[in-house]
Design a protein around this ligand. Structure first.
Ligand code: BES
Ligand code: MN
Ligand code: ZN
Length: 528
């Protein structure tokens, strides 16, 4: 899709040739002397239209405009959030018209923020998205060209670029998350990561079963054991800053299909477990956006990818495995596999001496129960890191909500046969999963995003959302800004000691053995 930003008022936008012209109208609309203004004023006086968000008034071959269709779109208070909702409603309503060129006019709003421009772009993209990889191409998205009309295009150039980068990243994340598991195996994901790195300055490295065994990733290997598909451990590096700048590491859960393993899931809706690599897809999406936006930061992407299958060779409930950290794990439930692949990836992250590590995972059904499809679950003992991610979520309209990590929640993870069990009781499942992961994060500032509720939609609108690509990209760009500002504000630089001290330390922390293993891993030379 092509996005173009133009300086337009209602007189000029009326001359735009398009299959549809959407004119956003907020509560403070002030008509000028042009024909469109007169039409809008008249419509507002009638009951046929109001500025209430999402209200639509359609006309075909209007006398007032050159476009084939005119849609007046209520935009409420004109905030970025309302603009997004309004554009979504309008584009959804136009879906059957198979428009190719659409003009979206924001220039009649009382005020247009950068966030509204980016929001409008992403709303058009989202509402017109069609997955076609395994469907007839005839139904593909018809929209090819979007013109955005604003009062002053020059002031929104960076919003346009930002929107284009996010668009590319979100679309890629959706594409991979939506692919059925037989079209998105661990090897397919690895090839996608490699293809992504080719035209850019990314470095992508892919490890297979042998290398992963050599690293001692016993937890990751245990999950992959029941599958005929060989596991892949994908390492991506975006180097936008000097080598001396510590990277942010993103770890994406890449279970390309989660049957539950021997602790098998019920059949109903099991197909949705093809989305269990949405965290991995979001990491690919972020790297796609980084390729476009090229911020001055360093980012590492890690994706442990495998299937979770039942089989004669599959890991069994009660089996004890040794993780890369050295900690032994009693696998009481093979369906709690996400934390097993993630814990080894987290240990691997130590070698990058990261400024922060963020894992993104469709980790627990319990998080869906707690927060639904609105907010992603956020866990971190660093107040500064949590705040930065919360702020990024709000700014990106991709919100998250912080949940606790009190050590008392780790009680249920105790095992008589290993350092830790992979499940606790039935209560607070999203938190106990995070407590399990926390044991592998002693060496760095860490946050965990549980996207089980937000990364895909069920039912008639079944499909990936591309979340939390926007949140992550906003966070990373904010870091780039902080890094380039001579004196970083205290609030935005996560201080290890500070963050930990406030929440009572790293309690339930890794045992000495793990710490030793961690130190060994950390002292290994970082791969280029
Ligand atoms: N991938 C699932 C989590 C999930 C379930 C996400 C439903 C979205 C919808 C994860 O691997 C899983 O199975 N978790 C278990 C953990 C339990 C066994 C402790 C769960 O949430 O039921
Ligand atoms: Mn599972
Ligand atoms: Zn899973």
């Amino acid at each position: 899709m092509n996005f173009e930003l133009k300086t337009l008022d209602l007189t000029l936008v009326a001359r735009e040739k398009a299959d549809a012209l959407l004119v956003l109208v907020d509560e403070h609309f002030k008509p000028s002397t042009d024909a469109l203004s007169a039409l809008i004023a008249q419509a507002l006086r009638s009951d046929d239209f109001s500025a209430k968000t999402g209200r639509l008034l359609h006309s075909y071959r209007p006398a007032e405009a050159a476009a084939k269709r005119l849609v007046l779109v209520g935009a409420g208070d004109g905030s970025a959030k309302q603009v997004r909702a309004a554009v979504t409603a309008a584009v959804q309503a136009l879906k059957a018209n198979r428009c190719q060129r659409v003009a979206v006019h924001l220039g009649a709003l009382t005020h247009t923020s950068d966030a509204a421009v980016t929001g409008a772009m992403l709303a058009v993209a989202d509402a017109s998205y069609v997955f076609t990889t395994t469907k007839p191409k005839a139904e593909a998205r018809s929209l090819t060209h979007i013109t955005l009309g604003v009062a002053n295009a020059a002031t929104h150039q960076s919003a346009l670029l930002h929107g284009k980068g996010l668009f590319a990243g979100i679309e890629l994340a959706k594409e991979w998350a939506n692919r059925p598991a037989n079209h998105a195996t661990p090897s397919h994901l690895a090839a996608a990561a490699q293809a992504l790195g080719k035209p850019t300055k990314f470095k992508t490295e892919v490890l297979g079963p042998k290398e992963v065994a050599r690293l001692g990733m016993g937890a990751f290997m245990a999950v992959a054991k029941g599958s005929e598909e060989p596991l892949r451990f994908i390492v991506m590096r975006y180097d936008g800053a000097a080598k001396t700048v510590a990277p942010t590491v993103l770890v994406g859960k890449g279970i390309t299909f989660d049957t539950g393993g021997i602790s098998i899931k019920p059949a109903g809706e099991m197909d949705e477990m093809k989305f269990d690599m949405s965290g991995a897809a979001s990491v690919l999406g972020v790297f796609r956006a980084l390729a476009e936006l090229r911020p001055a930061i360093n980012v590492v992407g890690l994706i442990p990818a495998c299937e979770n299958m039942p089989d004669g060779r599959a890991v069994k409930p009660g089996d004890v495995v040794t993780s890369m950290s050295g900690q032994t794990i009693e696998i009481l439930n093979t369906d709690a596999e996400g934390r097993l692949v993630l814990c080894d990836a987290l240990t691997y992250a130590e070698r990058f001496k990261p400024r922060a590590v963020i894992d993104i995972a469709t980790l627990t059904g319990a998080c869906v129960v707690a927060l639904g499809a609105v907010r992603t679950g956020l866990f971190s003992v660093s107040d500064a890191l949590a705040q930065a991610l919360q702020d990024a979520g709000e700014a990106a309209h991709d919100p998250c909500w912080r949940l606790p990590l009190d050590d008392e929640y780790a009680e249920g993870l105790k095992s008589n046969f290993a350092d830790v069990a992979n499940i606790a009781g039935r209560m607070a499942g999203a938190v106990t999963a995070a407590k399990f992961l926390q044991r592998f994060t002693a060496q760095f500032d860490w946050a965990h995003l549980d996207i089980a509720g937000t990364s895909w939609k069920s039912g008639a609108a079944k499909g990936a959302t591309g979340r939390p690509v926007a949140l992550l990209v906003h966070y990373l760009l904010a870091q780039a800004q902080t890094a380039s500002t001579p004196k970083a504000s205290a609030g935005e630089t996560p201080s290890k000691a500070g963050g930990r001290a406030k929440s009572g330390g790293q309690g339930g922390a890794a045992p000495t053995r793990a710490a030793g293993a961690s130190r060994r891993a950390a002292s290994k030379p970082a791969p280029r």
